[in-house]
Design a protein around this ligand. Structure first.
Ligand SMILES: [Mg+2]
Length: 398
């Protein structure tokens, strides 16, 4: 019997689920806390940046379904949530499920005195490698940042496209042809400047069309890039297949995937060479492990997306500790993007790099503390990504 008198196999029952959208640095993070009737709790995070209130609404629906359930039954809870509605799936609902699934694993680990990686099969590595990302406004600055990362020991650098705006994000105007020209020149300069020994990737943030991507790649000498991240949006695997036939640079795709079914064509049809799944979007650990295993069968490696908060980083490190086909974890803090003060205060033991990787945390659960006294200080703020337009006034992708 649980403390509340509910009979569950673990002896625990879910007593509360709360969504906390908080403003950190330049964005919101949506944190989710799940508490059991004995007071044990776990934290999760949703990855659907920019639409946190929609996810918080989904959490409210799901809370009603889960109160009294056994928090240890993460696989059953995943199915219960996924199959609880006629209109199943989608990015909002799965982001909510992801946060709950991560929080449940944190709770379960704390209740059992085990780190999350032990619940997932145990470590295959003790340090999870990370890649470094540039955020430069021009080719010279990009090369400078990349050289600094290499001097720090990184041998994988992910470059962000140039579009003439500060930090690779124009305030309002994005013209693909102009961006392709300056980005191709920058890629050539950076490869020349760093030499052949560094693994180089480029993230286009899905801003191009099929034709533009092909033209862009034709401007690069073979061997300039080791991977190309999301040149186009991912709705149509057929469009990516068309690209695959014309471009021989490995693709890194998947940060927006919200289920194994979205990953399916990219794995099965040989489109993605790197799976960029985000544990806070794909459906938590429960779904991430299934996709990871499927990728392993196809010799596709994981390169997880991780642009938001420390809970996602902590969860991704546990995932990276147990998945054999793992390459590098994205990390959004660097010498050029220091951790904001509010984040340091809210997460006093947030994961930090040791050299170019993360030491695996062996504390119970995720092994991360949320200072709840700080939660009320940084309230949710309405925020939208930059609204990019073409010169003719039409909207285009950020
Ligand atoms: Mg990306």
């Amino acid at each position: 019997m649980s403390a509340a008198g509910t009979s569950t196999r673990s002896g625990l029952a879910i007593r509360a689920i709360e969504a906390h959208p908080v403003w950190i640095g330049h964005r919101n993070q949506l944190l989710v806390k799940v508490t059991a009737d004995d007071g044990t709790f776990g934290w999760g995070e949703s990855g659907l940046s920019g639409r946190e209130l929609a996810v918080a609404g989904a959490i409210e629906h799901y809370r009603e379904l889960l109160l009294g359930d056994d928090p240890f039954r993460t696989a059953a809870i995943w199915q219960k949530l996924y199959r609880s509605q006629y209109f199943e799936g989608g990015r909002v609902l799965t982001a909510a499920m992801s946060a709950i699934d991560i929080a449940l694993h944190d709770l379960k680990g704390k209740a059992l005195g085990l780190p999350v990686h032990a619940l997932l099969g145990g470590t295959v590595r003790e340090s999870v490698p990370s890649l470094a990302s540039t955020h430069a406004g021009g080719a010279a600055e990009m090369l400078e940042q990349a050289q600094a990362f290499v001097a720090d020991g990184f041998d994988v650098v992910r470059l962000n496209r140039l579009d003439g705006g500060r930090g690779g994000d124009a305030d309002t105007i994005f013209e693909p042809r102009a961006a392709m020209t300056i980005t191709a020149e920058a890629m050539t300069q950076v490869r020349h400047g760093l030499g052949a020994g560094v693994t180089l990737g480029l993230d286009w943030h899905h801003r191009l069309s099929v034709a533009e991507t092909i033209s862009f790649c034709h401007r690069l000498q073979r061997g300039t890039l080791d991977f190309l991240e999301e040149p186009i949006r991912d709705e149509a695997p057929e469009a990516y297949e068309a690209l695959r036939r014309s471009v021989d640079i490995p693709f890194a795709i998947g940060e927006e995937f919200a289920s194994k079914w979205q990953a399916l064509p990219f794995i099965e049809r040989g489109i993605a060479e790197y799976m960029r799944l985000d544990v806070c979007n794909i459906g938590g650990f429960t779904e991430a492990l299934k996709v990871a295993g499927w990728c392993e069968a196809h010799y596709v490696d994981l390169m997880p997306h991780n642009p938001l908060g420390p809970i996602c980083t902590a969860a991704s490190i546990h995932l990276g500790a147990v998945v054999p086909n793992f390459t590098w974890l994205e990390f959004n803090r660097s010498r050029f993007r220091p951790q904001p003060e509010a984040e340091r205060a809210l997460f006093p033991d947030a994961p930090a790099l040791t050299g170019t990787g993360f030491a695996v945390n062996h504390r119970p659960g995720l092994g991360i503390t949320v200072d709840e006294a700080q939660l009320g200080k940084e309230r949710f703020r309405h925020w939208n990504p930059p609204m990019l337009r073409r010169r003719d006034g039409s909207h285009t992708n950020w």
